[in-house]
Every structure is written in structure tokens, then in C-alpha cells.
Design a protein around this ligand. Structure first.
Ligand SMILES: Cc1ncc(COP(=O)(O)O)c(C=O)c1O
Length: 478
């Protein structure tokens, strides 16, 4: 048995710390754990005894072992910013493009991207499916995908998965797109005209703002709680004040905050949108990446009129560029727009994703990826605690890749501090972070940044984060 039980106990502790198991959760029984982990029942019993003596779990007679105490670090949360909710043009997008170009060219360690490290992606699975489908569908993969809405086997698989989320869809309600970005772009194009107002979270994913700018729309930033998501009180105020056409939310493990809407809040958001006749667009790109066992629900489950957008970029591979829009109401228009702009998505990748979904290997892959993400998020948080100045506030998402950091505004050496300048400085050392100011149309968030483990922590990332902390601390009086 040797050290095996100790290793198993450590793994379970890190799952508790990172939120895979919450206080009160029941651990799987000895036999199940023994089968799952490929160790003997005696090893599991020894590991559970270690957890019992450490106070991590408790034993309840005839019931099992339950998580006893939370060892998740207690950081203060970033503050909800208060700002004037007025329609604004999105500007400065060229700066963002240049910044990302530079990051791609220069950075050796990326601590800011909401992207998976290739090592956590199922590359062999993707490669095999592409080769298999290229062989099986030899003639089809060289043709245009015959329907503007995309590959039928893929739409069937997506419809089946969405049925499990409580969304009843026909295959014709789904349009396959080049990633979630195009899904959002075509959806907004289908329902909004230049000059229309779009309510978004604040801070908000810069890609959404790029779409808003591209379509000549105006963004109204709504204060957003770092844990519970968009403020419905503030949203209602904005809706009373402005003729908002669309509300766009990332419903689960948002980017950059990592916030999620509870079911009750999802329902209230829908009621609010109905009351003010506002179209609700839901971006659920991170929904499959919950750290815990329960995949969160989606707004669309509670109202079939919700326009749902997602992709496989964060779970299978961003390079596949496979996403989709699900909406009975706008699918015909989105399909037309897709056809006009690029005819269809590449055929082979659609067949390959359909094959992966059909085989059941996607679910299997998600199970291990989620544990991996939880572990690396925990390591990132622990490193922030180690290296960042006292008073740093962070979010502690329960899924996805990213968290949001707010640096203290007291004790600064000079009057202003801008994480954009810090980003440029770090680039000289080939380290990338994502500065706060690109997540807003206003001048906020200069003392904020987005960080990510990419799903995999490493000594190189630890060293780079330490350096980020050192440079930040130079801007503070000890
Ligand atoms: C919230 C959100 N929506 C959409 C996208 C774009 O996704 P895709 O790469 O599938 O186009 C991203 C990518 O980071 C994102 O974070």
C-alpha cells in the first residue's frame, strides 16, 4: 500500500480545496473509489482514515463519509463597481488586437488567456476522429456542407445534449458556426440594427465588445456581482431608462469574473427581459466546465425564446472552430447570414466533433478535464496568495478557466497604477497577463487583471506568477 493511500488522501484534499467537493458532500463509498481509482479497498480505507484524522471528512453511521470543513482560502471578493449606466460606443479595439498579437508573438508563459493549455485537450481523440471521419466520409468531407445550418449528424448530437439540459430543440433550430464568437456575431446581427442598445455585464468579455463595435451597436455596462453575476436591480433600472434591444450574458463561469447565475436568478432575468421585451442572448461556452459534479443549468431551459450560443473551443479544441446558435426563432435568419458570409463551416471538423459526441468520449473527457481544471485553479489561487500584496481581492470561480483580480487601491507609490502598463512591462520578460481595462468601454478596472491557469499549473507558471507579484509589489509602499 506504501504511499498510495497518502497520495489518494492528498488528491481528495485538493478536490475539497478546489471546490470539487463542497462541505456536506458525500464522498463515494470505499468500493466505488477503489474501482474508480484502481487501488485496493484497504488503500481507500487508509486514505479516508487520514482524511478523518485531519478533520477533512466525518463518518456518519450507515451513511458514509462527508466533507467536514472547507479549506478554501478566504479572500475578499472584488467590489461591484458603481458607474453611470449609459449607452457607450466601444472604442480602442485596435489596441486589444495589437496586444494579443504581441502576446502571441512574444509570450512564453501566458497567465492571462481564457484558453486551455494543449496538454489538457484531448488531442489524440480529436486527431483520431478527424482521421476516421476523413476515411468514412471521404467524398462528403471534400464537399460543401450541404445545409447552411451545418452538418446534420453534429446538429443531431447537439440537440441530444441540449435535451439533457432541458432544452427541446429540432435539428433545424441549430446553426453551426465558426466558434462561439461567430455564433454571437450572427445572433446579434439577426436581432439588432446599428444604434441599438445592448446590455452587457461589467466587466465583460472583450470579444463581445468587439462584436458590438463591429455591428455599430452601443453597449450599456451593468454592474455585476463577482459571484452571482449581473445585477438584476441595475439591469431593471437600465431597462426602465433606455430602450434596450438585447441583453447578453455569460450565464455560467463567466469571463472574466467567473460568476454564475443561480437558477432563481436565471428565471428572474428571463422575467425581466420578457417584461421589457428585450431579447436575451445566453453565452454558455464554459457551462460544461463545472468543478463539481453538477453541470449548471442554462437560461434557455426556462424559456425557449432565449438565444443560446456556445462552442467546443474550451472543451475539445479552440482550433476546431466549432460552435453553434440554438434558437427556433432566429435559426432561419442566422442560417442565411452564415450562408452569405462564409457558406458553411469546414465539413471535416463537424463530422469529427459529431463522432466524438456520439462515442460518449466527450463526457468521459469532460470528467477528467473538470478535475484537472479545479486542481489548477486551486494552485493558481494559492500562488496568488503567496505572491500578491496584502489586500488583493480575487474571485474564486467554481468552473472555467479564469479569475479576476482586484489590486488594492491604497498604499500605492504613485497616484496611478495601470495593469496595462504592467502587461507591457511583463512582456519584456515574455510573460503575459490580461489587463483589466480591455473588459470595459469606460476607464475602469485599471487596477484589475484577469488570470488563468489554462487548466495546467507548472513550475514555469509558478515562477512567472511570482515575478508578476514582485513587479506589482514595487508599486506599493511596503
Ligand atoms: C465568454 C466567451 N464567449 C465567446 C468566446 C469565443 O469563443 P470561440 O473561440 O468558440 O469563438 C470566448 C473565448 O474566449 C469567451 O470567453
Amino acid at each position: 500500500m506504501g504511499n498510495l493511500y497518502h497520495q489518494l488522501a492528498s488528491e481528495i484534499i485538493s478536490q475539497i480545496e478546489s471546490g470539487v467537493y463542497n462541505v456536506g458532500d458525500r464522498l463515494p463509498g470505499v468500493r466505488v473509489t477503489s474501482t474508480q481509482r484502481g487501488v485496493s479497498p484497504a488503500t481507500v480505507v487508509a486514505a479516508y482514515n487520514e482524511l478523518l484524522s485531519g478533520g477533512y471528512i466525518e463518518s456518519r453511521p450507515r451513511s458514509g463519509f462527508y466533507v467536514n470543513k472547507s479549506v478554501i482560502k478566504d479572500f475578499e471578493l472584488p467590489q461591484i463597481t458603481q458607474h453611470k449606466m449609459i449607452p457607450r460606443d466601444v472604442v480602442d479595439q485596435q489596441m486589444i488586437l495589437e496586444l494579443f498579437h504581441q502576446i502571441q508573438e512574444v509570450a512564453e508563459v501566458n497567465l492571462g488567456g481564457a484558453v486551455p493549455d494543449v496538454k489538457v485537450l484531448p488531442t489524440a481523440l480529436v486527431e483520431k476522429s478527424i482521421a476516421k471521419m476523413a476515411r468514412l466520409e471521404r467524398l462528403n468531407v471534400c464537399s460543401y456542407e450541404s445545409y447552411a445550418r451545418g452538418n446534420l449528424p453534429l446538429r443531431q448530437q447537439i440537440a441530444k445534449r441540449m435535451a439533457l439540459l432541458g432544452c427541446q430543440l429540432n435539428v433545424d433550430d441549430i446553426v453551426i458556426t465558426n466558434g462561439c464568437q461567430e455564433a454571437l456575431l450572427l445572433s446579434l446581427k439577426a436581432i439588432a440594427a446599428p444604434g441599438d442598445y445592448v446590455a452587457i455585464e461589467s466587466p465583460s468579455y472583450y470579444g463581445l465588445m468587439q462584436i458590438i463595435q463591429h455591428l455599430g451597436l452601443k453597449a450599456i455596462e451593468i454592474p455585476t456581482d463577482p459571484v452571482e453575476g449581473i445585477s438584476l436591480d441595475a439591469l431593471q433600472l437600465a431597462m426602465e431608462h433606455w430602450p434596450i434591444k438585447v441583453c447578453l450574458v455569460v450565464s455560467n463561469f463567466s469571463n472574466p469574473l467567473g460568476a454564475s447565475l443561480s437558477d432563481a436568478k436565471k428565471k428572474s432575468l428571463i422575467s425581466l427581459c420578457r417584461k421589457f421585451k428585450v431579447n436575451l442572448v445566453e453565452d454558455d461556452i464554459y457551462g460544461d466546465l463545472a468543478f463539481g459534479h453538477q453541470r449548471p443549468s442554462v437560461c434557455k431551459r426556462f424559456d425557449e425564446k432565449v438565444i443560446y450560443c456556445s462552442s467546443f473551443s474550451k472543451t475539445l479544441a479552440p482550433g476546431l472552430r466549432v460552435g453553434w446558435v440554438a434558437s427556433r426563432q432566429i435559426a432561419p435568419v442566422v442560417g442565411q447570414l452564415k450562408f452569405m458570409s462564409s457558406m458553411a463551416c469546414p465539413t471535416i471538423v463537424q463530422y469529427a466533433v459529431a463522432d466524438i459526441l456520439k462515442s460518449g468520449k466527450y463526457e468521459r473527457h469532460l470528467r477528467s478535464m473538470r478535475i484537472q481544471l479545479a486542481k489548477s485553479m486551486h494552485e493558481l489561487i494559492t500562488a496568488i496568495e503567496r505572491y500578491f500584496p496584502a489586500g488583493t481581492r480575487i474571485t474564486q470561480p467554481q468552473g472555467g478557466y479564469v479569475l479576476w483580480v482586484e489590486l488594492p487601491s491604497e498604499n500605492l507609490v504613485s497616484k496611478s497604477f495601470d495593469t496595462y502598463e504592467l502587461t507591457l512591462r511583463l512582456m519584456e520578460e515574455k510573460i503575459a497577463i490580461t489587463p483589466g481595462k480591455i473588459f470595459t468601454t469606460t476607464s475602469k478596472y485599471k487596477n484589475c487583471l484577469r488570470l488563468s491557469s489554462g487548466g495546467l499549473w507548472s513550475p514555469q507558471k509558478e515562477k512567472a506568477l511570482k515575478r508578476v507579484g514582485e513587479l506589482i509589489k514595487q508599486s506599493y509602499k511596503n
